[in-house]
Design a protein around this ligand. Structure first.
Ligand SMILES: *Cc1c(COP(=O)(O)O)cnc(C)c1O
Length: 373
C-alpha cells in the first residue's frame, strides 16, 4: 500500500468542478492581481477568523515580514521567536533589520514556552512571535501577560493553524498582527504562493494596505515606503472556493489524528502529540516522538516506513538557533534542549483530510511492527 505524506491530487479531483470555472473567470476578466476574487476572499477569511481586517499577500513569508514591518520593527530591535518553527518565522524580524532572539518550546505543546520568555527580554525587545505550530495554538494568555508587562507587540504566525481555536476564539485576531500562509501544502492551500495578514487594529490595517502595494493608496503617489506583496487573482479565486470546505477538511484532519491516537495510544516507545486543554488543534502536522534511540533510531523508523510505501517528514530537523545563517548570534547546541530533543526524535506521519482508515491502520501497523520486531 502507498501512503503519501500529503496528497493534493485527490483533493483537487473532489472540487475540480468548482475550481476550474473559478480560474476560468479570472482568465476571462483578466483581474490577475488583487481584484474582486481576492477582495471577496479577504472578507470571507476575516469572517472565518472573527477578525476585522484581512489582506491577501504574495506568501506567508511576505506576511511574516509585513506583520513586523507594519508595527515599526526595525534596526536595533529584538524580536522573540521560538527555536522550534519553520525558518520563515524568523525572516519576519530579519527582513525588518531586527535581530531574532530564540526561546525554547514547551515539552507538551511544542510551542513557545511562556515561562522562558522573560529571561530573553532586553531593553531592545519589541515583539514576541507566537507560532501556532503544527496547528495547535500557543498559550496566548500566558504569552500576552509577558507582552503586557513589558509593553511589547504580539504577532501570531498562523501559517499552520487556519481556523484553530484558543479557548474557543479563532487564531488571527488574538494579537496586534497575524500572518497566514496558503502555500499549497498548508491546511488552506492556494495553487501557487499566497498568504494573508490579519489585524483588529484599524491604523495597522490602513498601513498594511499601502505597504503591500508600493506604499501607494493612489497609483504613483508613494506616501510611504512599501513593496509588492499583492496576492494574485487566481489564488484569490482558488482560495475562495477552498475556504468553503475548510471546516469539513479540518474535521477530517481531527478524525485522522484521533484514529492515530486510538491505535498508537498505548505504545511505550511512542510519544504522541498532546492536545492542550485550551486548544482546538487543526493538525497541519501529526508529529510523534520516539521515546528512546535518538535521531539514528528515528531515521531507521522513517526508512522502514518508506520501504513499506509510507512517506513521513521532519519538522524540523535543525532548530533555528543551530542554523548556519544565525551562527553569528552565538547560540550553541544544548541552549534549547526541548527543541533539540524534538528535532532528533520527532517524526511527522502522513496527514491530510482524505487519508482513509485503512491507510491509517496500515501506517500504525508498520510503526508497531518496527518496534516490536
Ligand atoms: C509555511 C510557513 C511559513 C511561510 O509561509 P510561505 O507561504 O511558505 O512563505 C511561515 N511560518 C510557518 C510556521 C510556516 O509553516
Amino acid at each position: 500500500m502507498q501512503v503519501p505524506f500529503l496528497d493534493l491530487k485527490v483533493q483537487y479531483q473532489s472540487i475540480k468542478n468548482e475550481i476550474n470555472p473559478a480560474i476560468q473567470s479570472i482568465l476571462d476578466n483578466t483581474s490577475f492581481v488583487l481584484g474582486k476574487a481576492v477582495a471577496d476572499f479577504e472578507s470571507d477569511f476575516a469572517k472565518a477568523h472573527n477578525v476585522k481586517h484581512c489582506f491577501g499577500v504574495s506568501s506567508g513569508t511576505d506576511g511574516n515580514h509585513l506583520a513586523s514591518w507594519v508595527l515599526g520593527i526595525g534596526f536595533g530591535d529584538e524580536v522573540i521567536v521560538p527555536a522550534n518553527t519553520f525558518i520563515a518565522t524568523a525572516w519576519g524580524a530579519t527582513l525588518c533589520g531586527a535581530k531574532p532572539v530564540f526561546v525554547d518550546c514547551e515539552k507538551d505543546s511544542y510551542n513557545l514556552d511562556p515561562q522562558k520568555i522573560p529571561e530573553a527580554i532586553t531593553s531592545k525587545t519589541k515583539a514576541i512571535v507566537a507560532v501556532h505550530l503544527y496547528g495547535q495554538p500557543a498559550d496566548i494568555d500566558n504569552i500576552s501577560e509577558v507582552v503586557k508587562k513589558n509593553n511589547l507587540f504580539l504577532i501570531e504566525d498562523c501559517a499552520q493553524a487556519h481556523i484553530a481555536e484558543y479557548k474557543g476564539k479563532k487564531v488571527g485576531g488574538l494579537s496586534n498582527t497575524a500572518c497566514f500562509s496558503f502555500y499549497p501544502g498548508k491546511n488552506l492551500g492556494a495553487y501557487g504562493e499566497g498568504g494573508a495578514v490579519t489585524t483588529n487594529d484599524d491604523s495597522a490595517a490602513e498601513k498594511l494596505k499601502v505597504l503591500r502595494d508600493h506604499g501607494a493608496l493612489k497609483k504613483y503617489h508613494h506616501d510611504s515606503l512599501g513593496h509588492n506583496y499583492r496576492m494574485e487573482g487566481i489564488q484569490g479565486a482558488v482560495l475562495g472556493v477552498k475556504l468553503r470546505y475548510l471546516n469539513k477538511w479540518t474535521d477530517a484532519r481531527r478524525r485522522v489524528a484521533s484514529k492515530y491516537r486510538e491505535i498508537l495510544g498505548n505504545h511505550e516507545q511512542i510519544i504522541l502529540p498532546k492536545e492542550m486543554p485550551y486548544a482546538k488543534h487543526v493538525y497541519h502536522l501529526f508529529v510523534i516522538q520516539i521515546a528512546k534511540g535518538g535521531s539514528e533510531k528515528r531515521d531507521k523508523l522513517a526508512s522502514f516506513l518508506n520501504e513499506n510505501g509510507i512517506s513521513t517528514g521532519l519538522h524540523y530537523p535543525i532548530p533555528l538557533h543551530l542554523q548556519k545563517c544565525f551562527s553569528d548570534l552565538g547560540y550553541k547546541k544544548g541552549d534549547f534542549p526541548v527543541s533539540e530533543r524534538l528535532a532528533d526524535n520527532g517524526l511527522s506521519l502522513p496527514m491530510y483530510p482524505e487519508l482513509s482508515d485503512i491507510q491509517i491502520e496500515y501506517v500504525c501497523e508498520k510503526i508497531k511492527h518496527f518496534f516490536d520486531k
